[in-house]
Design a protein around this ligand. Sequence first.
Ligand SMILES: NC(=O)C1=CN([C@@H]2O[C@H](COP(=O)(O)OP(=O)(O)OC[C@H]3O[C@@H](n4cnc5c(N)ncnc54)[C@H](O)[C@@H]3O)[C@@H](O)[C@H]2O)C=CC1
Ligand SMILES: O=C(O)[C@H]1O[C@H](OP(=O)(O)OP(=O)(O)OC[C@H]2O[C@@H](n3ccc(=O)[nH]c3=O)[C@H](O)[C@@H]2O)[C@H](O)[C@@H](O)[C@@H]1O
Length: 436
Amino acid sequence: MKISVIGCGYLGAVHAASMAEMGHDVVGIDVDEAKIAQLAAGTAPFFEPGLPEILRAGLASGRLRFSTDFADAASADVHFVAVGTPQVAGGDAADMRYVDAAFSSLLAHAKTGDLLVGKSTVPVGTAARLADLVASTVPGATLVWNPEFLREGFAVQDTIQPDRLVYGVPEGAAGEHAARVLDKVYASAVSEGTPVIVADYATAELVKVSANAFLATKISFINAMAEIAEVTGADVTKLADAIGHDARIGRRFLNAGVGFGGGCLPKDIRAFSARARELGKGEAIAFLDEVDKINLRRRTRVVQLASEAVGGDLAGKRIAMLGLAFKPHSDDVRDSPALDVSMKLADAGADVVATDPQAIERARMLAPHLTYESSIEETLRGADVVVLLTEWPEFVGLDPVAVGSLVAGKRVIDGRNSLDPAAWREAGWEYRGLGR
Ligand SMILES: NC(=O)C1=CN([C@@H]2O[C@H](COP(=O)(O)OP(=O)(O)OC[C@H]3O[C@@H](n4cnc5c(N)ncnc54)[C@H](O)[C@@H]3O)[C@@H](O)[C@H]2O)C=CC1
Ligand SMILES: O=C(O)[C@H]1O[C@H](OP(=O)(O)OP(=O)(O)OC[C@H]2O[C@@H](n3ccc(=O)[nH]c3=O)[C@H](O)[C@@H]2O)[C@H](O)[C@@H](O)[C@@H]1O
């Protein structure tokens, strides 16, 4: 099938390359010339395992190309829109200007019979609004909302083998036809029995934001238990194991620590709250404000632990920060707890030296005042406190005996509860986790 993907960021670039990998003819379009030049040259503009391989394979096969010219979308029949929906400056709502601009550019080249497929995460009601625009601009074209559930770090696998597909379609024959076309786009996943949920626009939009709201709530639930564990001497990791054995609860997404970050969970719960307030139903999901607050309190707690570890005054103390990305296997530092805590520690006068296997360059753009080191050993050298905030395997696998000789003070704060406290304590370290 002939496909265009508008917006080639973390979602769109993976989607475009994966569609080509699945056998479709794909053009990826973005307004960012540098990004398109990189993609066209076969270089992934961000770190995502498996993307370089399918990107190069797609380009070599001739099935994948990239452009900054929306006219190149004209030859496609199915157009995915995957542009950003960040938080507006100074508010909680989603900034819809990129989605609106992308649809307006795309509609200038779309034709009767085309399928316009929204993938961006949007406030409920967006699809209905855009469907009117599509109908009045390109009669006979159909708008569908097909939210995306991929996780960074597993994005290629999640795109090619999703755990479910959700199609938000209009009522009637146009909607039925649209669902059949999407079944063909995702033929390999559909033939493997991937559940397909066909719904109205509002349900499809809400599935996406409620899924992220649930995940965020689960993380904040366990982090709230961590706060209680901290004042009672309980161990939140054991608590999570114990409640996680109940299949109704489940152990996944119950890892207490410095909390969630990234380009999605934080901004999605805020945008959902803002939209609910607009709809006069803010009270229905007011608990998401608490979810957000619990999450942000964990960052403050890490700063407090670091301060306690050095006797109360961070000024001039050398802090070795292990991790900058919002999670391992990603270079994404958007709303990253690790980067946020690094900046808070630097604001308090600490001499922060940070390392990350993939995220240093992106972190440097947001926080040029911090010191970055590519070597773990050099990061640790002379440190008064070591703080682990992104659980990359190379950090989790550190030998506490071997690295003990590098630091000035054997104090470690395990912001992801991913180290073995007994092993670190045995090697002479003062170990502090979160909620244990
Ligand atoms: N990153 C992720 O893991 C996932 C993201 N999403 C959603 O997907 C959307 C995109 O997210 P990301 O890819 O992370 O953002 P991103 O910021 O990495 O990428 C957005 C891209 O859109 C481009 N763009 C902006 N305006 C444009 C326009 N008018 N025409 C063409 N391109 C334009 C930007 O240059 C950028 O390359 C968001 O709504 C996000 O919530 C959904 C699921 C997973
Ligand atoms: O809408 C999106 O963009 C995506 O958001 C999340 O994916 P992602 O942001 O890639 O990362 P997650 O694996 O969900 O982790 C999010 C954050 O929660 C933190 N986390 C996760 C799990 C846990 O138990 N504890 C915890 O603190 C991670 O460290 C990370 O900072 C969702 O998992 C995806 O399904 C969704 O498509």
